[in-house]
Design a protein around this ligand. Structure first.
Ligand code: BGC
Ligand code: NOJ
Length: 811
C-alpha cells in the first residue's frame, strides 16, 4: 500500500494523507542552519549542532508523537485547522505534502480556504523561510485569523530537558514590531539570539507558552486561537514561545501571502552588545530585509533549486528502469548529502542530543558525497583526521560545533583508523588533489603535534599492523563496524552497552571484518603512497595486505564462508561450529569485495552461503541463526531480541557490500536483486509493512525472526545511503574514479538493456552510452572515447579536457 507517489519531474515525493504509518520527514538546509520537518509540520531547527544550538524545542517520547513543530493555525469562524493537519487534527477537505530537495510544500484546504506553505532554508542565510498563502475559494468574503507558533528551546537541547531548576527562570524575549526575539543567554558571553518574524503588521502576539495555550491545554487546542486573540504576553522565565496573530479578510478568489522567517543570529565579532540584555537588532534587520516580498522568496527558492540541480547533474543515469533512475538521480544522492551533514546526530530516531559526528560514520558518508562538493569533503577529512590520536587510533565521535573528540565515548573501535584511508582515498581519486596529503593536521586537535595527512594514514595502517591477535588477525578492541560485537567487555561490565564503559582492548579477540578492510584499504593506501613518490612504503603496505590476506584464508575461512571473529577465549564467532550466530554478513561482503578468496573461488562460496542462509524477501540479514539468549562474551549484539538491529536484523548498510562483492565476481543479476530488495523506490509499494519514508533508506529492517518482519526503523541517517550510492553508481552502473581516470565496468542484470550516464569528473564532463547487445552481466568488449577505441576500461584523465563523448560496448 502507498501513502503517496513520486513526482520525478519535480524531484518530489508527494504524500497524500497526513496519516502516514510513521512521521515522514524531510531536511531543510545545506550548510549550517538545519530544520527537520515532518509531513504534519512537526520537527525542529538548529544551527550547526543539534545538541548545543537548538532553536526550537522538540518533545521526545511525546504522546501522541510528533506534535511539536512550527505550526500555523487558521481560525475560520469556529473552525481551527492546520495546513499540516497536526496539532489540531481537524479533518481537512484536502491535504498534500510534497517533500522536495531541501524544501517542503503543503497544500491543504478547509471550508473553501486553501493554504499553501512553502518552507526552505535559503542558501547563504541562517534562517528558515515559510511562505504562506491563503486563498478564499468560496463565493463570499471570509474573515480569518492566522496564528503562527514555535516553542523556543533554551539552546542546549540536552540541558533544556533536564535542568528545570535553572531553566524555568532564564527565558527572555523581546518584541519589536512584527519580530519576536528569543534572547535567552544573550546577556552572557553567548552572543547569539533567534528571531521569528513576519513581513506584515501583526494584530497580536504571545511569547509565553502558558498564556498562548492556556492552562492544562496543548498545541492541539490553544486558548488564544480559540478566543481569536493573542494576549500580548512577554515571557519571563518558564517557556518562551513565538506566536503572531494576523487578522485578514479575503474576497472570493482573493489570495493573501505572508512570509515568516525563523532565524539564528550572532553579533559580529567585536560588535558591542548590551549585557543588560537589550537586543542588537542589526544582524536580524539585515537578514530579514532580504526576505520581505514574494519575489524575494521566489528568487531565494530558485537559487536553492539551481544549486541542487547543479549538484545532482554531476552523476545521472537514464535507463529503462525508472526506479533506478529516480534513486540515482534524486533521492540517493540527496540522502548522501543529508548523512554527510548530520552524520548520525539528528533525525526522528537520532535525538540530536546523543551522538555527535561519528569517525567511521563520517568517513563512510564521504564515499557517497565526495563527488557532490569535494571542497566540503576535503574540509571534513581534515576535521576528522584532527581528532586522531598519535598512535593512529581515534575518538569514535566528535561534536560538530567544537570539532573536538568526545572523551565520554573515547576510542578503541579498531576499524575506525582504516575508514580514514577509505575517505581520503575516495577524495583523492575523485579530485586528483594530492595537496591534501601534505596538509599539516594536528593529532587530538593539538596543533603542537601536527603531521601531514599522509602520516595520519600511515599511523592508521600501522595501528592495525601493531594490534594483531593470536591468528595474526586484527584485534577488535571495543568493537569493529558492528558496534554491538563487544568481545572484550564481558569481564568488566556485563550487560551494558558499549557506550557506558571505557575502552576495553584485550589481546585476544580478533576481527575478520577488519582484516578484510585492511586488505582493501591497504591497497588504496599503497596507491596513495605511489602518487606521493613513496614506492618503498607502497611495497610495505602491499606486503602487509598480502599477509593479512593469508591470515584470512588460513584462519578466517570456515569451509563455506568467512568466519566473523575470534572471541576473547579464541573461540570462533560466525562459524558452523557455533550454536547460534553461525554466519555473519560483514566478512562475506567485505572480504569478497576486497578480493580475498576471489581467485580461489572462496568468495563465490561465501556469497552463495549468504544467499542460502541470510537472504529474505526484504533484504539480507546480518547473521543467522539469531541469538536467542544473552551471551556475556558477545556483548550488545545478543542483547537484542531476535530479528532486530545487529541481532539478525536486515542491517541495510551491509547489503551493498554483498551486492558490490557480487559485481566483483560478475553476477549482475544477483547484485541487482540485492540492490532492489532494500531500495526505497521498490519498497514504496509495501509502505504499510515497511512504514518509514519510501524515498530514503532506513538503517534497519526487521529480520525473519522478528515479529514485524519487513518493518523498517531508523530512517535517513545511515551509512546505507553512501554505500548504496557507491554500489549502484560505481559497481552496478560501473563508473569508478581511479587516480588515472574514470573507469567504466558495469555489472548489470541481463535484462537491464542499454543505458546512458553523465558524469562530471574533475574538470571533465562525460556523456557515456552503454550498449549491451548480448545482454551480458559484466565485461567490456570495447570503449570508444570521442570515436576512438581505447585499451582497457579506464578513460585516461587528460588535464584541462572538458568534454568526453564515450561509447561502451559490453559483452
Ligand atoms: C546500536 C548500534 C549503534 C550503537 C551506537 C547500539 O545500541 O545497536 O547500531 O551503532 O548503539 O549508538
Ligand atoms: C550504527 C552506527 O552509526 C555505525 O557506526 C555502526 O557501524 C552500525 N550501527 C553497526 O553497528
Amino acid at each position: 500500500m502507498k501513502f503517496g507517489f513520486f513526482d520525478d519531474s519535480k524531484k518530489e515525493y508527494v504524500i497524500t494523507t497526513p496519516r502516514t504509518p510513521l512521521p515522514w520527514i524531510n531536511y531543510l538546509g545545506c550548510n549550517e542552519f538545519f530544520s527537520i520537518i515532518s509531513n504534519t509540520c512537526g520537527g525542529y531547527s538548529f544551527y550547526k549542532d543539534a545538541k548545543l544550538l537548538r532553536l526550537t524545542r522538540y518533545r521526545y517520547n511525546d504522546v501522541p508523537g510528533d506534535v511539536n513543530g512550527k505550526y500555523f493555525f487558521i481560525k475560520d469562524g469556529d473552525t481551527v485547522w492546520n495546513p499540516g493537519w497536526q496539532p489540531t487534527k481537524t479533518e481537512l477537505d484536502s491535504y498534500e505534502c510534497r517533500h522536495g530537495i531541501g524544501y517542503s510544500r503543503f497544500t491543504s484546504s478547509k471550508n473553501d480556504v486553501q493554504a499553501q506553505v512553502l518552507t526552505f532554508v535559503p542558501l547563504g542565510d541562517n534562517c528558515e523561510i515559510s511562505s504562506l498563502k491563503l486563498t478564499n475559494n468560496s463565493s463570499s468574503a471570509k474573515t480569518l485569523s492566522l496564528f503562527s507558533y514555535v516553542e523556543w528551546c533554551l539552546w542546549n537541547a540536552d540541558d533544556d530537558m533536564k535542568n528545570f531548576q535553572r531553566n524555568l527562570s532564564i527565558g527572555e524575549v523581546e518584541v519589536i514590531g512584527s519580530t519576536i526575539y528569543h534572547k535567552t543567554e544573550y546577556r552572557e558571553r553567548r552572543n547569539h539570539y533567534a528571531v521569528y518574524s513576519v513581513n506584515s503588521k501583526i494584530d497580536g502576539f504571545d511569547t509565553s507558552r502558558d498564556d498562548f495555550l492556556g492552562a492544562y491545554r496543548g498545541a492541539d487546542a490553544p486558548l488564544a486561537v480559540e478566543n481569536g486573540a493573542c494576549t500580548g504576553s512577554i515571557a519571563s522565565g518558564w517557556s518562551p514561545i513565538a506566536a503572531h496573530q494576523l487578522n485578514l479578510s479575503l474576497q472570493p478568489g482573493e489570495t493573501k501571502s505572508f512570509i515568516f522567517v525563523l532565524g539564528y543570529l550572532e553579533n559580529l565579532q567585536g560588535e558591542k552588545w548590551e549585557s543588560s540584555g537589550i537586543i542588537n537588532k542589526r544582524p536580524a534587520d539585515e537578514m530579514l530585509a532580504k526576505y520581505q516580498t514574494d519575489e524575494d522568496v521566489e528568487k531565494a527558492f530558485a537559487r536553492l533549486n539551481n544549486y541542487w540541480d547543479g549538484l545532482l547533474s554531476k552523476y545521472t543515469v537514464r535507463s529503462s528502469n525508472d526506479k533506478v533512475d529516480r534513486m540515482v538521480n534524486i533521492w540517493n544522492q540527496y540522502q548522501c548529502m543529508v548523512t554527510f551533514n548530520m552524520s548520525r546526530s539528528a533525525s526522528y530516531y537520532e535525538s540530536g542530543i546523543g551522538r555527535g559526528m561519528g569517525f567511521r560514520d563520517s568517513c563512510q558518508d564521504l564515499l557517497g558525497f565526495v563527488h557532490l562538493i569535494p571542497d566540503r569533503a576535503r574540509e571534513r577529512i581534515i576535521d576528522i583526521a584532527s581528532t586522531q590520536f598519535q598512535d593512529g587510533s581515534a575518538y569514535h565521535q566528535y561534536q560538530p560545533l567544537t570539532k573536538k573528540g568526545n572523551s565520554d565515548i573515547g576510542s578503541g573501535f579498531n576499524d575506525d583508523p582504516l575508514w580514514l584511508i577509505a575517505g581520503t582515498s575516495a577524495y583523492v581519486r575523485e579530485t586528483g588533489d594530492v595537496s591534501i596529503l601534505t596538509e599539516m593536521v594536528p593529532f587530538d586537535n593539538d596543533a603542537s603535534v601536527a603531521a601531514p595527512l599522509m602520516e595520519h594514514l600511515r599511523r592508521s595502517l600501522d595501528y592495525v599492523i601493531t594490534h594483531k591477535g593470536p591468528h595474526k588477525l586484527p584485534l577488535i578492541g571495543r568493537a569493529d563496524w558492528n558496534d554491538c560485537l563487544n568481545l572484550n567487555c564481558f569481564s568488566e561490565h556485563p550487560g551494558e552497552s558499549f557506550q557506558t564503559f571505557g575502552p576495553s582492548e584485550g589481546p585476544v579477540a580478533e576481527s575478520v571484518f577488519i582484516a578484510g578492510m585492511f586488505v582493501k584499504y591497504g591497497e588504496e593506501y599503497a596507491q596513495l603512497c605511489e602518487l606521493m613518490g613513496m614506492p618503498t612504503e607502497a611495497e610495505r603496505a602491499r606486503k602487509e595486505a598480502e599477509l593479512m590476506n593469508e591470515a584470512i584464508i588460513k584462519d578466517g575461512w570456515d569451509g563455506e564462508w568467512f568466519i566473523r571473529a575470534y572471541d576473547a577465549y579464541s573461540n570462533k564467532i560466525g562459524s558452523k561450529e557455533c550454536e547460534e550466530g553461525k554466519i555473519f554478513i560483514e566478512p562475506q561482503g567485505f572480504c569478497s569485495l576486497a578480493g580475498v578468496g576471489v581467485e580461489e573461488g572462496l568468495a563465490k562460496k561465501a556469497l552463495d552461503s549468504v544467499k542460502e542462509k541470510l537472504d529474505t524477501e526484504y533484504g539480507v540479514m546480518i547473521l543467522q541463526p539469531a541469538y536467542t539468549k544473552y551471551h556475556l562474551e558477545l556483548g550488545e549484539v545478543s542483547s537484542y531480541p531476535p530479528g532486530y538491529k545487529e541481532n539478525a536484523g536486515i542491517f541495510c548498510h551491509n547489503n551493498p557490500w554483498v551486492s558490490i562483492a557480487e559485481t566483483v565476481i560478475g553476477r549482475g543479476d544477483r547484485a541487482f536483486e540485492i540492490y532492489q530488495k532494500t531500495c526505497p523506490a521498490y519498497v514504496e509499494e509495501i509502505s504499510e509493512i515497511h512504514r518509514t519514508e519510501p524515498y530514503v533508506y532506513a538503517q534497519m529492517v526487521a529480520g525473519r525472526d522478528a515479529k514485524f518482519h519487513g518493518e523498517a526503523k531508523n530512517s535517513w541517517l545511515t551509512g546505507t545511503a553512501a554505500w548504496t550510492f557507491v554500489n549502484i553508481s560505481q559497481y552496478i552502473l560501473g563508473l569508478y574514479p581511479t587516480h588515472t581516470g574514470l573507469s567504466i565496468n558495469p555489472c548489470v542484470p541481463k535484462n537491464f538493456g542499454d543505458f546512458e550516464l553523465t558524469r562530471q569528473f574533475r574538470e571533465g564532463n562525460y556523456t557515456i552510452k552503454v550498449q549491451n547487445p548480448d545482454n551480458a552481466e559484466k565485461g567490456i568488449k570495447q570503449i570508444y572515447v570521442d570515436g576512438s577505441p581505447i585499451n582497457g576500461c579506464v578513460i585516461p584523465y587528460v588535464k584541462g579536457k572538458t568534454f568526453y563523448d564515450v561509447t561502451v560496448v559490453m559483452g
